[in-house]
Design a protein around this ligand. Structure first.
Ligand code: SF4
Length: 443
């Protein structure tokens, strides 16, 4: 009987792509893939480890699996991903319940690692980061009609609070021919929405070709006939060029959606974060984007409680959020991460105060989001069907303004039998804080 493997993928969409590559290797080698670790013989955990809350979630997950192993349900536990890559031997020593603790590069050898633990060898290894393969066949684990396209590994922006460069290494773009080959494979296998990701998508090509090639790549993705929507996430403000905005304005398949983590608006805080923009430049950029693409949805991410952040600087951030009226916003309390420059800074803000400030910003944003949603009542939008909610008695899905997992949903009433991944026109008639309610529009 085939050995059953359950893979738990924690953290971000970039980690999910890595998990999908491991799934492909495991299935190709005859392992039976199961979704619930409790049904598995071997659990593989692709961990996240860049901030405290993510580390806690990873440890919690590992302890749950350790309990399954202790009662004999699970036989082996294999750990990989950002937590093990970051803490290496320390993680291996601390987490005795694990049968293998390996780095990110070692994921390419996941089948050999399973052979070792099945031979009752405890395996610990951390192969060099720069040897991590940038491409690989994968099993798409998201809904079948959309998939993440990872165009680079690592990051070289070195924001002072961020541990990712030390975990993932410097920025390495995937050669464009390989990216396009993967995108065509996706389109030939039922994917109609491609979501372009990296730590910083706007830096794509700078290392390989000496300049950003994201606009060119997006145009080539839009030329793939079977694709319907192309979405890009994780854009770095300073590298949003007129050329990129032209592509977004001119290419019909490009959804008018920009995810631009800016982290803060105060010039001194931005400088201490090693971010390259000023408040004035950020305001100018947002205005320029909205002029060039009037129906754009702008998502951003902010950090509150960065070392030294005064009440005045925090109030300035609140005013900025009110002025900018972002469509989508995530705000996180600063996380003091060892090995980062910010962790060594003086004037660390109390943890409770960091969280309190984030809650204030998110409360403010709830009002902004509700007002923006109310303004959509009576409008017609294109939506893609993601499922049927039998309790609500209606379908649900996303519009161009909703990225998977991080944004709201649209609930859709229809008398027709709709299919997963079907694109339809809807008319909005009501709203909730973050979600919309609509009915299928007559043709
Ligand atoms: S851009 Fe900054 S915050 Fe984002 S991954 Fe790179 S270093 Fe971290």
């Amino acid at each position: 009987m085939a050995i059953r493997v359950g893979l738990v993928s924690l953290g971000c969409s970039k980690n999910l792509v890595d998990s999908e590559r491991m799934l492909y290797k495991l299935k190709a080698h005859g392992y039976k893939l199961v979704t619930e670790p409790g049904e598995a013989d071997i659990a593989v955990v692709n961990t996240c480890g860049f901030i405290q809350s993510a580390k806690e979630e990873a440890i919690e997950t590992i302890m749950e699996l350790a309990a399954l192993k202790a009662d004999g349900t699970l036989k082996k536990i294999i750990l990989t991903g950002c937590l093990t890559e970051r803490y290496k031997e320390e993680a291996a020593d601390l987490i005795e319940e694990a049968d293998a603790v390996v780095g990110i590069t070692d994921q390419k050898d996941i089948v050999d690692i399973l052979d070792k633990v099945l031979a009752n060898e405890r395996y610990v290894n951390f192969a060099p980061k720069m040897e991590a393969p940038l491409t690989g066949k994968r099993i798409i684990s998201t809904l079948p009609f959309f998939a993440y396209l990872k165009i680079a590994e690592g990051c070289s922006n070195c924001c002072s609070y961020c541990a990712i460069p030390q975990i993932r290494g410097p920025y390495r773009s995937v050669p464009m021919e390989d990216v396009l080959k993967e995108a065509n494979w996706m389109a030939e296998n039922g994917v109609t929405e491609i979501i372009v990701i990296a730590q910083d998508t706007t830096r794509y090509g700078c290392d390989l070709y000496g300049e950003s090639r994201l606009p060119e790549l997006l145009r080539k993705l839009c030329a793939i006939e079977k694709l319907h929507w192309v979405r890009v996430l994780y854009c770095y403000p300073e590298r949003i060029t007129d050329e990129l905005l032209d592509v977004m304005a001119e290419e019909e398949k490009m959804v008018p959606y920009l995810d631009i983590p800016i982290q803060h608006c105060d010039d001194d805080i931005l400088k201490a974060m090693n971010r390259q923009s000023s408040e004035a430049e950020l305001r100018e950029l947002i205005a320029k984007i909205r002029t060039r693409i009037p129906d754009i949805t702008i998502r951003t991410t902010l950090i509150t409680g960065f070392p030294g952040e005064t009440k005045e600087q925090f109030n300035r951030l609140g005013d900025f959020v009110q002025d900018m009226q972002f469509d989508r916003l995530g705000c996180f309390p600063y996380s003091e991460e060892e090995g980062t420059k910010a962790a060594l800074m003086e004037d660390q803000v109390e943890e409770s105060e960091r969280s309190h400030r984030a809650e204030i910003i998110m409360q403010q944003q709830t009002d902004v989001s509700l007002a923006k949603n109310e303004a959509k009542i009576g409008t017609r939008l294109e939506a893609v069907i993601e499922g049927y909610d039998k309790y609500a008695g209606c379908y649900f899905g996303r519009t161009k303004a909703d990225a998977p997992d991080i944004d709201g949903k649209i609930f859709i009433k229809s008398d027709n039998r709709l299919k997963l991944g079907q694109y339809i026109t809807v008319e909005v008639f009501d709203t909730m804080d973050y979600d919309l309610i609509a009915e299928e529009a007559e043709a």
